[in-house]
Design a protein around this ligand. Structure first.
Ligand code: RP5
Length: 162
């Protein structure tokens, strides 16, 4: 009997602290597609749904996900808690979601203790796009197709594209 084919894992798993983070994070999709990176997205708050978060991370690890992106606003603990659950690269996107306009989330995400890194990108939509670009740069190290797509994108930027 032929072996059952394992369902293909999303190379990038995106986690949001809330549905309200979605409009900003949707900016990642066109870039991930352009770089040929498969992805999936889940909402799992580190504060409100820690057990759900654990289940998603365990499932993604088992399936072979290579990079996690986590976006959260306010006291943004999602990327750090996620980084405590995996040894895969975690990219953190601070979201502007309250009176402190994302500076609260930026400081919460970037100030990780030694040994548990979160690669923190800019607040908001620039950060969402850079999360896709950084994921591509990491995966391009071992994937020629991603490297070529990234190279074409960088050349387009040099010609004045956005
Ligand atoms: C964070 O609190 C979420 O990531 C979101 O940015 C912020 C507000 O969440 P909601 O009250 O909109 O669900 O946990």
């Amino acid at each position: 009997m032929p072996a059952k084919k394992k369902p293909e894992a999303a190379r990038v798993v995106i986690l949001l602290g809330s549905k309200s983070d979605l409009p900003v994070m949707e900016g990642m999709y066109p870039l991930l597609e352009r770089f040929g990176l498969s992805w999936e997205l889940h909402v799992a708050s580190a504060h409100r749904q820690p057990e759900k978060l654990k289940r998603i991370v365990r499932g993604a690890e088992k399936a072979g996900t290579e990079i996690f992106v986590a976006a959260a606003g306010m006291a943004a603990h999602l990327p750090g808690v996620l980084a405590s659950m995996t040894a895969k690269p975690v990219i953190g996107v601070p979201i502007s979601a309250g009176p402190l306009a994302g500076v609260d989330a930026l400081l919460s995400i970037v100030q990780m203790p030694p040994g548990v890194p979160v690669a923190t990108v800019a607040i908001g939509s620039a950060g969402a796009k850079n999360a896709a670009c950084l994921a591509a740069r990491i995966l391009a190290l071992g994937d020629k197709k991603v490297a070529a797509a990234l190279d074409a994108y960088i050349k387009e930027l040099a010609r004045g594209g956005k």
